[in-house]
Design a protein around this ligand. Structure first.
Ligand code: UDP
Length: 305
């Protein structure tokens, strides 16, 4: 078992099964708007086919409804984790929207005959959502990353969107997920701040499992899992240049900047994605007469339900 999977197992077991199930079940009802959004199945993970404007509309509608939910931003790493870990997959399945953070998912969608609408990267989403939140008078809370980073990210966002209401920031200590007191503190902070949206920057699988367990209890209408985005926004880490992002090589940039931490993730664990994709392609197109065009038609009917 890899150290990440072991850590996830530990986290999944933190709450007794009954309570965890209860919390997860309470967060699985999708909003009507998101139900209408078509989706593609990429290696067993549901990915919505949605534009940035569509996502912003659905996000703000969700905030208006005041019914807690969360958005996940799948990349190759998340797809592999979903295949290996039922706890993570279940957290993923509870999301109200799932939007492609990683360019390889776009390749997968095209290969499988279910093209996605485009990449909606976590960091770009923070900027876009904050811009919309500022114009609609909605407030945001920044949760996660190392001490000082959420505050710096808040300053940067405030300088970009002066009307943006920052309801609060918090950097939980390392290992907080195993501490009932630390989790209670986060929930108390969120109850006091009453944000409309909360960006959760705890990395995967922690942030998705945390959102699935605490989204409802937090009473925050919408949470978004954003990985290392607060580091990028604060200027603590440098994001890959556009040319890398467009070519689907952001992972390579990150590997070069943090080789010790990320080599195993990108060069070993994530290879499973290509195996899963090849298997799904074979299953989908091995029947005579099934071409990508035929699949688009079939899935178009299915998602229109
Ligand atoms: N992080 C955190 N608490 C934790 C683990 C991680 O706040 O217990 C933060 C970490 O400081 C970083 C982000 O979560 O800002 C995770 O970054 P990573 O590169 O793993 O995320 P990715 O974008 O690859 O999902």
């Amino acid at each position: 078992m890899s150290p990440r999977t072991a850590a996830l197992k530990d986290f999944s077991l933190k709450r007794g099964g009954g309570e965890c199930d209860r919390l997860q079940n309470r967060t699985t009802a999708p909003a009507p708007a998101a139900q209408r959004r078509p989706s593609a199945d990429i290696c067993g993970v549901k990915v919505n086919i949605i534009s940035l404007n569509g996502l912003l509309d659905d996000a703000m509608a969700r905030v208006e409804q005041r019914s807690p939910g969360y958005i996940v931003t799948p990349n190759v790493d998340h797809v592999c984790l979903c295949a290996k870990d039922p706890g993570f997959k279940s957290a993923y399945d509870g999301a109200f929207l799932s939007v492609p953070d990683g360019v390889p998912l776009l390749w997968g969608g095209r290969l499988l005959g279910t093209p996605l609408a485009g990449r909606l990267n976590g960091t770009d989403l923070v900027y876009a959502i904050c811009e919309r939140a500022a114009t609609e008078g909605r407030s945001v809370f920044l949760l996660g990353a190392a001490e000082g980073i959420p505050g710096q990210a808040a300053e940067r966002l405030r300088s970009l969107y002066p009307e943006l209401r920052i309801a609060g920031t918090h950097s939980p200590p390392m290992g907080f997920e195993k501490s009932a007191a630390d989790n209670a503190k986060i929930i108390a902070l969120l109850h006091a701040a009453k944000p409309d949206l909360c960006f959760v920057a705890l990395g995967s699988p922690k942030q998705e499992i945390w959102m699935s367990q605490y989204s409802e209890e937090s009473l925050v209408p919408l949470m978004v899992g954003i990985g290392a985005s607060l580091d990028f926004i604060a200027g603590n880490k440098r994001r890959a240049p556009r040319v890398f992002q467009k070519a689907g090589l952001e992972w390579f940039w990150r590997l070069c900047t943090e080789p010790r931490r990320l080599w195993r993730r990108y060069l070993v664990d994530d290879m499973l994605f290509f195996v899963l994709l090849a298997r799904q392609y074979m299953e989908r197109f091995s029947a005579p007469g099934r071409t990508p065009d035929a699949v688009v038609e079939l899935e178009g009917d299915d998602t229109a339900r």
